[in-house]
Ligand binder design. Sequence first.
Ligand SMILES: Cc1cc2nc3c(=O)[nH]c(=O)nc-3n(C[C@H](O)[C@H](O)[C@H](O)COP(=O)(O)OP(=O)(O)OC[C@H]3O[C@@H](n4cnc5c(N)ncnc54)[C@H](O)[C@@H]3O)c2cc1C
Length: 454
Amino acid sequence: MDFDLFVIGGGSAGVRCARIAAGHGARVGIAEARFWGGTCVNIGCVPKKFMVMAAEYGAAVEDARGFGWDVAKGAHDWAALLAAKDKEIARLNGIYLRLLEQAGVKIFEARAVFVDAHTLDVGGERVTAERIVVATGGHPTRPEIPGAELGIVSDDAFYLESCPKRIAIVGSGYIGVEFAGIFAGLGAETHLIYRQPLPLRGFDQDIRVGLAEAMAEGGVVLHPDTVPKSVALDGEKKCVALSDLSVLDVDEVFFATGRVPNIAGLNLEAAGVETAKGAIVVDADLATSAGHIYAIGDVTDRLNLTPVATAEGHAVADTLFGNKPRRVNLEHVPTAVFSIPPIGTVGLTEAQAARLGDVKIFLTKFTPMRHQLSGRTRKTMMKLVVDAATDKVLGAHMLGEDAPEIVQGLGIAVTAGATKADFDRTIGIHPTAAEEFVTLRTQTRVAGPEIPPE
Ligand SMILES: Cc1cc2nc3c(=O)[nH]c(=O)nc-3n(C[C@H](O)[C@H](O)[C@H](O)COP(=O)(O)OP(=O)(O)OC[C@H]3O[C@@H](n4cnc5c(N)ncnc54)[C@H](O)[C@@H]3O)c2cc1C
């Protein structure tokens, strides 16, 4: 065999797995067809967050006036933002490649396809490996409506030549709401069209309500309970026909309607790798139906987040080559939505927890200190979901500035099984918004199994 391990895909999951396995002394090869660092670095988390930051600067300039600054918001230079973003991404691509090279991984800049269970065709070259890891990620989809090809998906949004003046975003998962904040913040007339009554299905109900209010206040035009029926071109304009029989005329249509794993064309059948619902099926050790082939990250379509992908890559490498068998625990994974304002959340929502038994809810909503002077109408919301029987904090949710930074720390507390009493005996840091999480004294309500799912 040419390699002890061959990794298909140089994204978050694959790079971590290859690098750690090589560090354990394995002979490792990796193939990447497009860009080192994969989705997160090139067309995901990283450029997205730069664009969110760009949008936030506009509001920060407005807010600064309340603090005595004589400043006015000028025009935004989209091309300058994209050039700065591309420069930083090129630097990150180089770092990923160097990390692999320094670890002694053999690099293939090519597409890999299975020939049989131990053989791959990598850009025309045959390679054999004792074990193979599939880390090919996923890609965005479009709805099956007439004219869907006229719209863009998130991959395209990072390379637009200019910021559209009017944009319709379809879908209110985290990518949809994040881009709504970006485009609205950069000055576009932004419409968010979604099937549900509230955005962010699956998140805590109070947070969903709070986000809808905050987005509307931030200038996003919300179209709940609505789906697009078709898209048509009228000169330069794109006309989106909606289920409420209205037609939206915009410069761009953005489908944030879901993602599917990259399995097409891999010839998984030749290797005996089973799939279900378009994703590779894995066991608790991330092994596929072909025991020596593993699948990690978004290609398994379970919890599609970068830290999960890297943790899985690391665990597989440690288990196979580091003599440290271990599994990734997907319970209590903290996560963020970089909407404006952002969300941080860990653990169970009120509805999820209430299905297991009675829960005590502690909820607070207040104007953060910054906006007492800025004059911006924006509330921060914090919520703890506490098991009435054990006093354990089952979920912590926040909508408001710095929420992702704050909830990362709470993730440790929830993972460690902290009780509400532990939160209460923790001294706050003053003056912060975060201190509210340890001073939530008044119970808002008790919820039980009767509350409907989000
Ligand atoms: C717009 C957007 C924003 C996001 N924001 C966040 C966020 O804020 N936080 C967060 O945690 N997650 C975020 N994510 C999710 C995150 O990007 C993914 O969970 C993560 O990138 C998954 O890593 P992966 O290694 O499984 O797949 P990927 O990063 O997609 O990597 C797969 C790689 O495999 C390559 N490849 C595919 N097929 C082949 C083949 N046959 N041969 C060789 N190479 C191949 C691809 O080119 C790609 O580089 C975001 C995603 C998107 C789209």
